[in-house]
Design a protein around this ligand. Structure first.
Ligand code: GLA
Length: 393
């Protein structure tokens, strides 16, 4: 099914759920995709480079006016409870926790002069939750896009991404970088995005070579980035840049790091070595992708994974196993490269594979993974999808 057909089908199902829940027809609808990061991990909050693409899994929200102009009512097909907020009081984080993403974005939109009237909404997502594919960013960006539809005002892409990032920081307690919200807002069909997280400059990299496929495998080990590990990595990177006397690790070189090795502990040194190496790998990988040099791209993916595993220590046994299984199939079997994607501690791997062998590779990896771990992984091939937009209903 084409990406547009998938969205239309999911939209129809969400409208049906809305009708069942509220006994009326919705007026507005918005969609925002999840993302997979091809390379450039834990570099975004170091002012570095990332190379994500939006995927053909998305969050859709449909909404209609509420009978009370200051009341927002939100239900979701994946949650049992309904969230209710009152626009006459300041919006603050609370229960249910899943609705904090929505609330935080609405608070940010109001700060930027987009004040929606009360509405009732229904959320539906095909992005696996807590799988490292930015289910939360897709919910945030879908919310901001819905607010644009309701208020008939639009936000520029960077402001919209920043509002969503702030919601994640202040309402969901995760000090994330800008990558996820940026690509969900500004992704383009058939392209990955090389994003400079300092200047916010983007370069679109075509992902149209018909000989390759992007394969995602969910280890089905759940991650939770609001646990302390993510924040800890961020502060270790800040410590390293302070010791090196640079604004962010983006500004440091490996030579500089090696010259200052004695001034920091081993953990800080390895965290910095990952980030500095990963920035270089990402820029090199974008060039390799432009040249359709997937063998080179794949080598950089394996290097990235090893660095995340040993230096940044955000992988886990299950992700390592998935990458190892892909590596064993190797070039001869049609695998160019594989790595963990997203924040880590579970979630998904991404692999670049030969399109004509994708199904075979997927079957081989998932079968071996299940045999070894007892966990059923979920695998799918994705196209590079379009970013968020208002849908007409
Ligand atoms: C999470 C964060 C991103 C980024 C990645 C790691 O997905 O939300 O901002 O830091 O982890 O690359």
């Amino acid at each position: 099914m084409s990406s547009d057909d998938q969205v239309s089908q999911q939209l129809q199902q969400t409208i049906d759920r809305y009708r069942e829940r509220y006994d009326s027809k919705p007026t507005w609808a918005a969609v925002a995709p999840g993302r997979v990061n091809l390379i450039g991990e834990h570099t975004d909050y170091n002012d570095g480079f990332v190379m994500p693409m939006a995927i053909t899994r998305q969050t859709i929200i449909v909404a209609g006016p509420s009978s009370e102009p200051s009341r927002i009512l939100i239900a979701s097909s994946s949650q049992d409870d309904t969230a209710v907020f009152d626009l006459n009081s300041p919006l603050t984080p609370g229960d249910p926790a899943w609705a904090n993403y929505v609330k935080g974005v609405i608070a940010g939109c109001i700060e930027h002069g987009l004040s929606p009237q009360g509405f009732k909404g229904m959320i539906d997502t095909t992005v696996p939750l807590g799988g490292g594919l930015s289910s939360s960013a897709s919910l945030e960006v879908a919310t901001a896009t819905l607010v644009e539809a309701i208020t008939e005002k639009s936000l520029d892409g960077v402001t919209k991404a920043l509002i969503c990032q702030k919601a994640e920081h202040t309402f969901a307690n995760t000090p994330c970088g800008i990558m996820d919200q940026f690509i969900s807002t500004m992704g383009q069909a058939d392209h990955a995005m090389l994003l400079d997280c300092r200047s916010h400059e983007t370069q679109m990299v075509p992902m149209t070579d018909p000989s390759i496929a992007v394969l995602i495998i969910n280890s089905n080990v759940k991650h939770n980035l609001s646990g302390g590990e993510y924040a800890q990595r961020r502060s270790q990177c800040e410590t390293a840049s302070r010791v090196l006397g640079v604004k962010a690790l983006r500004d440091a070189t490996l030579e500089q790091l090696n010259a200052n090795k004695a001034k920091m502990d081993d953990v800080t040194f390895r965290r910095a070595r990952h980030v500095i190496g990963e920035n270089d790998r990402t820029v090199t990988a974008a060039q390799a992708a432009r040249e359709n040099n997937w063998q080179r791209f794949g080598e950089l993916m394996y290097d990235s994974h090893r660095s995340l595993q040993h230096d940044f220590e955000v992988s886990c046994e299950e992700l390592d196993l998935l990458v190892e299984l892909a590596g064993k199939i190797g070039l001869a079997g049609g695998v160019y490269g594989s790595r963990m994607t997203g924040g880590g501690f579970g979630g998904c791997t991404v692999s670049i594979v030969r399109a004509d062998k994708a199904q075979q590779i997927q079957d081989a990896i998932t079968t071996a993974y299940k045999a070894k771990t007892g966990i059923d992984p979920i695998a799918f091939v994705t196209q590079a999808a379009q970013g968020a937009r208002i849908l007409s209903i």
